[in-house]
Design a protein around this ligand. Structure first.
Ligand code: FES
Length: 323
């Protein structure tokens, strides 16, 4: 299911902190942009060939502007630095339509949101929705210090109904939010959403491992991939076959190649970005077979129809892809 791509114009660039800028993107003729729901992200196709994902942080009701926040990561793979240095007001950018992999659970009685640093961006969009719906929620925002904290004034202006707790740790996580204490008890009907640095998300994952299945949601946002701790990842990879539904063509995926690599080697090109199972760019529908999912972003319901082909393998001998 390739995502539609289109051009937008950069309408505004604002320094949120010394190393975080926010960007407003509009349709060049002023038309409405594709709709999205809180937690969605877009792919930005940079002029240097990189594709990077950025969460939409504005209100999902505003169809005339997409807002994103970008932290300049000096230790990253260059995408955020490129954006900071080369994306200016008035410039055109190619982006994808929004992709939703971090949605608010509509059945939840209450929501617990934890953001670390630039991980606030999808949570900010969620605050818009939760405030509008007058939902029961608590938001913990963890940063180093007030001067490193993006979107503070937006949050102060927005939050009327929910509870917000700021945690400034001065660079020492032990001085910040006590995750073990916060997540010790799971109140029935509560869903947890977390986005931030990988280390923080691993700590949240560990502190919430007793929460019921399906109630904890993560958005992997960093340019660094999460460390895999899934038992499936220690299984020895084995060979299997894929079939393209459009042509019936069969291809062998050897133990040391990914589905994406095999497709490329056979002249079939699909968009990818992280190639490690956390951005969702390579999302593909499958029609039959039993994938061995190895991603960090899709939930059980998504896995019934979709597979991230940069990292998935197959339990069945043949996996039929909707390509
Ligand atoms: S390319 Fe990022 S999940 Fe596959």
């Amino acid at each position: 299911m390739p995502l539609k791509k289109f051009n937008v114009r950069v309408q505004a660039v604002v320094y949120q902190t010394a190393d975080i800028k926010s960007y407003e993107l509009v349709e060049p003729q002023g038309a409405a942009l594709p709709e999205f729901s809180a937690g969605a992200h877009i792919d930005v196709h940079l002029q240097n060939g990189l594709i990077r994902q950025f969460s939409l942080c504005g209100s999902s009701l505003d169809r005339h502007v997409y807002k994103i926040g970008v932290l300049k990561e000096k230790s990253g793979t260059g995408g955020s630095e490129f954006v900071h240095e080369n994306v200016h007001v008035g410039q055109m950018l190619e982006i994808s339509e929004p992709k939703q992999m971090f949605k608010l659970n509509a059945q939840a009685d209450r929501h617990l949101l934890i953001a670390g640093g630039i991980g606030v961006t999808p949570i900010l969009a969620m605050l818009h929705t939760l405030e509008r719906e007058q939902s029961d929620y608590v938001f913990h925002y963890c940063t180093r210090a007030a001067e490193n904290t993006a979107f503070l004034s937006d949050i102060e202006a927005l939050v009327k109904h929910g509870e917000v707790h700021m945690h400034f740790d001065g660079g020492n996580p032990a001085e910040g939010l006590d995750l073990r204490a916060t997540l010790k008890r799971h109140a029935e009907g509560t869903h947890l959403y977390c986005c931030g640095p990988v280390g923080m998300m691993e700590a949240v994952k560990s502190a919430s491992d007793h929460w019921p299945s399906g109630t904890v949601h993560f958005e992997y946002f960093s340019e660094t991939s999460p460390s895999g701790d899934d038992d499936q990842q220690i299984l020895a990879d084995r060979e299997f076959q894929i079939q393209l539904s459009s042509t019936g063509e069969m291809m062998t995926v050897p133990a040391d190649m990914s589905i994406v690599e095999v497709l490329r080697a056979n002249g079939v090109f699909v968009d990818t970005s992280c190639e490690e199972g956390y951005c969702g760019t390579c999302l593909t529908r499958y029609l039959s077979g039993e994938p061995e999912h190895r991603d960090e972003v899709l939930d059980e319901e998504d896995h019934e129809d979709y597979v991230l082909i940069c990292c998935a393998r197959s339990y069945s001998d043949v996996l039929v892809l909707d390509l």
